[in-house]
Design a protein around this ligand. Structure first.
Ligand SMILES: [Zn+2]
Length: 92
């Protein structure tokens, strides 16, 4: 279950082809998501969105970053594991 109450501000969201990644976040608070994102299972898609939204708060992969990801997606470890499998299947 994803906690939907994540409060962040962002500039622009773009859906497009991204090379070898599902999402990215720039220091100008622009978010990019791969156009194939919605073809992933919804829980994995949500994890990717949470991951990028938390980057608007913590622009790194520090312990604090993962603590926040866990707050919004308590099963994020399972989702990162599943994502690796999907990446292999899709030759991502
Ligand atoms: Zn990241």
């Amino acid at each position: 279950m994803i906690n939907q109450n994540i409060s962040v501000s962002y500039n622009k969201v773009t859906v497009k082809y991204l090379k070898s990644k599902w999402g990215s976040c720039s220091n100008k608070k622009n978010l990019n998501f791969h156009y194939m994102l919605s073809s992933l299972p919804v829980n994995i898609m949500n994890y990717i969105i949470v991951h990028e939204l938390v980057h608007l708060i913590e622009f790194n992969h520090s312990e604090r970053f993962w603590d926040l990801v866990k707050l919004y997606d308590p099963n994020y470890k399972e989702h990162t594991g599943l994502l690796k499998i999907y990446n292999d299947i899709l030759c991502f």
